[in-house]
Design a protein around this ligand. Sequence first.
Ligand code: CA
Length: 247
Amino acid sequence: MSSAAPLARSARTILVVEDEAPIAAAVAARLRSEGYTVEIAPDGPSGVERSAALHPDLVVLDLMLPGLDGLEVCERIQADRPVPVLMLTARDSERDLVLGLGVGADDYLTKPFSARELAARVHALLRRVERDRTEAAGAPGGVGQTRHIGDVELDPTTRRVTRDGALVHLTPTEFDLLAFLAASPGKVFTREELLGAVWGYDVASGGRTVDSHVRAIRRKLGNDMIRTVHGVGYALDGADAQAELAR
Ligand code: CA
């Protein structure tokens, strides 16, 4: 645990969207015991509503929900503002299906899981988002500089992405992945390297998590956005990518 974690954690609000009351209660109890403020929403519509009202720092989101399913909820809460989402699935096959869709969850956990494991994932995800904000705030010439990839502009300070001047909503992880690739145009990264650099911890679904996020970025910004290097990994093409100093 990093020394900054307890301070950061005490101020964080987490929304748990889960219709199975015992699971929701166990997750909430564990997260509260670690200093988070936690609220529970028992179905999809209330999840969307609570997220808009609460502005949580992270959402734990069950896939199978009454009213609206987790995919729909994920899309709606992310349309509003980027918020890290940890998605819960009932089976690995369900998780794989969701990964294939590239819906913009930042991490996945398959039931049954321990409350301890869930808390560890929550810490890791929040640490990553906070680290990115800190890095973006400082470091001119580093990750803090505005980057242009064709007609796409990435501003790490505000974490905003525009294409032809129009705002495009990327999830926190999609933004991090794109910003990381854009920082080294032309360089090919393996899935493992990307997991280590962007996620910073072991994701159970491994390389497929990377694939899923690449798919989501391409859907939002165009198929030519990230180049697949077969048998190796991914790269942003150097010819199209250019960095310019933030003004
Ligand atoms: Ca459920």
